[in-house]
Design a protein around this ligand. Structure first.
Ligand SMILES: C[S@@+](CC[C@H](N)C(=O)[O-])C[C@H]1O[C@@H](n2cnc3c(N)ncnc32)[C@H](O)[C@@H]1O
Length: 269
């Protein structure tokens, strides 16, 4: 019997996902969404001309956002078997170094202005080695910005998704895609109700999900149900990850009341 570690299985699950969902069209891949992810901590203008890395690049959605924001150079770290789709999707590939490795293997450049990791660390069982690699890659005074699933503000959602994921993370693609189709239409109705009622996740539904194309909403449902490992962070756990990684000046934002945007700075000395 073969034994696959949950980290390897998660990377494989994402690789399979990205080989099926290869593009980043519309609002899903837009600079407007990037502003929303960074806000109120940074704006895209803050990273113009910077040397940056992104850990867990999927099929290049965030790398292209970074390029649209005007960064000088991006190190794109993608460990999965969809690495080819990642490099094919990049619009200005002469400004990108592609590394087909896990985040803990980001080289210790020591000269990057920013390292980003958007929607990734919550899929890694032991993320501290990745945080430490980001620390080593930054220049003194450089910043690490992460977006994580949150626990606070997600009570009802977690009560539904956790039992469902016990099953769905094992489903083959065609069954998972059928389940996504079943969930999709009640979700559309839920978004409509959010216009009138103060329902859970209302901020996210109206500010983000409603602006996505039908295909990208389906991808987002799939992305919630597919990976082997997903953790929902408390504020304390999110901040601790950064302090354990020796970052200082740690700031945290409860994005749309359901997730965390966290930034920390590498000390100058
Ligand atoms: C939800 S996707 C986010 C992709 C991209 N950052 C975005 O926002 O479009 C999570 C990504 O984390 C990557 N990942 C999982 N484990 C990883 C690890 N140990 N090191 C680096 N990336 C990892 C997966 O391959 C997957 O592409």
């Amino acid at each position: 019997m073969s034994f696959i570690r949950s980290e390897d299985q998660t990377i494989k699950d994402f690789g399979d996902q990205w080989l099926r969902y290869t593009d980043n069209e519309g609002y899903y891949g837009s600079i407007e969404l990037f502003s929303d992810i960074l806000s109120p901590i940074l704006t895209p203008d803050d990273i113009r001309g910077c040397r940056v890395a992104e850990i867990g690049s999927g099929v290049g959605r965030i790398v292209n956002m970074l390029l649209q924001a005007g960064v000088k150079h991006v190190i794109a770290v993608g460990p999965s078997q969809a690495f080819g789709a990642l490099s094919r999707n990049i619009q200005e590939s002469q400004k990108v170094t592609f590394l087909n490795v896990t985040g803990d293997q980001l080289p210790p450049y020591g000269n990057l202005d920013f390292v980003f990791s958007i929607g990734v660390l919550h899929h890694i069982k032991n993320p501290l080695p990745v945080v430490e690699a980001a620390f080593r890659a930054l220049r003194p005074g450089g910043h690490f910005l992460v977006w994580l699933y949150g626990k606070e503000g997600n009570g009802l959602y977690l009560a539904l998704i956790r039992p469902l994921r016990v099953l769905t993370k094992h489903l083959p693609h065609y069954m998972l895609a059928s389940l996504v189709e079943i969930i999709y239409w009640p979700l559309v109705l839920y978004i409509k109700f959010c216009h009138r009622l103060p329902l859970p996740l209302r901020g996210y539904m109206l500010s983000v999900l409603e602006k996505m194309s039908p295909e990208k909403r389906r991808l987002i449902i799939y992305d919630q149900l597919n990976p082997a490992y997903a953790k929902y962070y408390t504020r304390f756990e999110a901040e601790k990850l950064f302090s354990d990684g020796n970052f200082e000046n740690i700031r945290i934002h409860h994005r749309h009341g359901y997730s965390w945007t966290v930034i920390g700075t590498k000390p100058l000395t």
